[in-house]
Design a protein around this ligand. Structure first.
Ligand code: 5MM
Length: 348
């Protein structure tokens, strides 16, 4: 394996740094914009990403940013390609390369993530556009004893491994993202059981496809009760179940783990990450974040599509990046939230 793959993966998560997932497809970002009455056009999406990526000092807490196809081809208002802007600001540009979760034939409403056809050529092009790492997300849904099916987990794990092998072949470090959805009425224990099975499938497939564990990052979901009546779990219970599941399944050779936030509130995702990192005992990898909504939602709300509020949005993003970077080393203090300035007081 070229040395650079593990160096790239390490750079994303060392010293408390994490990843900003800004790889929403235009359809997803349009839905997020609609919550605040923001029109979604290529230009407003560009302006939003420029506000995020230009936030002063962001590279102190963010090691890399996941882009998607539209954004990696766009430039800032000063005509700088976004990948170059990130690199200049000390953050590695990454790219989502899956083509989305599509209905899995023969299943009961489950999905399999597609995008393997032509992937080698797309990866080569993204590399010329400046990408250094990649991401592929598989989606697993729990529904009582019915779902997930073995075929859904197996098909998604196989696709994740085929993707990771191709990314490594092209010199791009793959982020492997098997998301077990929070949607549903499952308990914490049921989520842990399903995540155990899925991670076992994923690492079995990675070995079968000759993926080198030193050159990937794992982006898992935390172990949480379902959001539709799955009951309550304390921050400490979530932390213990999540760390145990990772210790049981993730090889020590993997350079890092970076959680998705999965629809948790921004503050709760940070509290969970911090609690995981405060648990006693040895763990072989840094445990950090690759949040989308839990980093961006406060920034999107503060920005609200208005150029004159770009400073508010940037400050809100920096605040969450700082809190999560502290949580990634078990040093988050909830009073950091009280210190957050009101939007009206922010630099413009
Ligand atoms: C699970 O979603 C990923 C992490 O985001 P959260 O922390 O908000 O859960 C995220 O990277 C996701 O893959 C992108 O937003 C792309 O989503 P779409 O639906 O546009 O492919």
């Amino acid at each position: 394996m070229p040395e650079s793959l593990s160096a790239i993966a390490q750079a994303l998560v060392t010293d408390g740094k994490g990843v900003l997932a800004a790889d929403e497809t235009p359809g997803t970002l349009t839905r997020r914009f609609e919550q605040y009455g923001i029109a979604s056009t290529p230009d407003t999406r560009r302006a939003y990403r420029e506000m995020l990526f230009s936030a002063p000092g962001l590279g102190q807490w963010i090691g890399g940013v996941i882009l998607q196809d539209e954004t990696i081809r766009q430039t800032t208002s000063q005509d700088i390609p976004f990948a170059d802007l990130l690199a200049e600001r000390g953050m590695l540009p990454g790219i989502k390369v899956d083509l989305g979760a599509k209905p899995l034939a023969g299943s009961d409403g489950e999905t399999v993530t597609e995008g393997l056809d032509g992937l080698r050529e797309r990866l080569a092009e993204y590399r010329t556009l400046g990408a250094r790492f990649t991401k592929w997300r598989a989606v697993i849904r729990i529904d009582g004893q019915r779902l997930p099916s073995w075929s859904c987990m197996h098909a998604n794990a196989h696709a994740l491994a085929r993707y990771a092998a191709l990314a490594q072949e092209q010199g791009l470090a793959p982020i492997v993202e098997p998301e077990v959805l929070m949607d549903g009425a499952h308990s914490l224990a049921e989520c842990e059981a399903v995540t155990n099975r899925m991670l076992w499938e994923v690492f079995t497939a990675l070995v079968a496809e000759h993926v080198l564990p030193e050159g990937i990052l794992l982006k898992p979901s935390m172990i949480l009760p379902g959001g539709d009546g799955g009951g309550q779990a304390s921050v400490e219970d979530v932390a213990k179940a999540t760390l145990q599941c990772l210790l049981h399944n993730v090889p020590a050779a993997v350079p890092g783990i970076a959680f998705l936030s999965g629809g948790q509130s921004a503050n709760l995702a940070t509290a969970h990450l911090d609690a995981i990192n405060r648990l006693p005992g040895i763990r072989p990898w840094p445990i950090s974040f690759s949040f989308g909504r839990a980093l961006q939602d406060p920034a999107l709300q503060a920005w609200a599509g208005k150029q004159e509020r770009a400073g508010d949005g940037a400050r809100a993003l920096i605040h969450r990046a700082r809190c999560n970077a502290a949580a990634a080393i078990g040093a988050y203090d909830p009073t950091m939230e009280e210190a957050a300035p009101e939007p009206a007081l922010l630099d413009r």
